[in-house]
Design a protein around this ligand. Structure first.
Ligand SMILES: [Zn+2]
Length: 293
């Protein structure tokens, strides 16, 4: 039996996405300056164990370890030739864990620079960068493409268009917002309504938020309400951090407890968010409490 499309399934029943990967790999010995993509080839058992922990916590959506998997990001580690192989492996590892009742989100993060005129990259060049990564994620077995942590709607829309140009799989797209003068805006100043309209307009099936700059749990709840209003019946996703980041002894900490995150998840669902997951500072313990809630 073929798996239902994620875009349809998330409207039928509430789904839970997984939480952070990076912090889990650091706990397993990864250096913060290390190329996390290399672990898909060098330490696949560790990647699989993190996916497995989220799957067992009740997450139906498993996100590939490919956040820094574009050519432009791998170039920083001198590994630009590995785009195809490491992204394919990332999707293959996640697909083994997701199983027939789960979905693999092929993860695409920011390309690491600015589009023209702030940077040197043209929209055409950026779409080509994203296409190369997305093709490999699809080959490896992704069920949907996730374009995430985007603060520039121009970059997010380039990622969405790159995805729809190479695959018919649904595209999930998430912005990161900051709150200024009581309003949620992207780094580029875009409002929630404008950003979401742009993403759906570019061809994304599911649009939402992950991460965020200094947002509290109450902020995420308010953001969720605004997102549902802007989505107008279309599917939404929210992946909050475990509270606002705190700097303790030069290290960033996220202090929200699993119980607090479970409470937030319950309220987000009640407000109409289709898919709830986690971002920075969330662990399988948080996600287990959230999935149960
Ligand atoms: Zn985050």
């Amino acid at each position: 039996m073929t798996k239902p499309s994620l875009a349809d399934a998330c409207l039928v029943s509430p789904l839970t996405c997984d939480g952070a990967m990076g912090t889990q790999l650091i706990q397993r010995g990864m250096d913060i300056n290390e190329c996390g993509m290399a672990w898909n080839a060098a330490r696949p058992a560790d990647i699989m164990a993190v996916h497995q922990a989220y799957r067992e916590a009740g997450c139906q959506l498993i996100t590939t370890n490919s956040f820094g998997g574009t050519r432009s990001m791998l170039e920083r580690h001198g590994m630009a030739t590995m785009v195809a192989e490491w992204n394919r492996l990332a999707a293959k590892i996640a697909a083994e864990v997701a199983g027939p009742d789960g979905w693999v989100l092929g993860d695409v993060g920011p390309f690491g620079d600015f589009l023209e005129p702030m940077g040197d990259t043209t929209v055409e060049e950026l779409e080509a960068i994203f296409r190369e990564q997305i093709e490999a994620l699809v080959t490896g077995g992704a069920d949907a493409i996730l374009v995430e942590t985007m603060s520039d709607p121009g970059e997010l829309c380039a990622g969405v268009r790159a995805a729809t140009s190479v695959t018919t799989l649904p595209v999930v797209a998430t912005f990161t917002y900051q709150k200024s003068a009581g309003e949620f805006r992207t780094m580029m100043g875009t409002t929630v309504t404008e950003a979401m309209a742009a993403a759906y307009g570019a061809g994304a099936s599911i649009v939402g938020t992950n991460c965020g700059t200094d947002l509290s749990l109450d902020d995420y709840l308010e953001l969720g309400r605004q997102m549902v209003a802007a989505a107008n019946g279309r599917p939404t996703i929210l992946q909050p951090n475990a509270g606002a980041p705190l700097l303790v002894d030069g290290k960033i900490h996220y202090n929200a407890t699993p119980a607090e995150m479970a409470d937030l998840a319950r309220q987000l669902r009640a407000s109409g968010i289709s898919i709830v997951g986690g971002c920075c500072g969330t662990s399988p313990v948080h996600l287990a409490a959230m999935a149960k809630a």
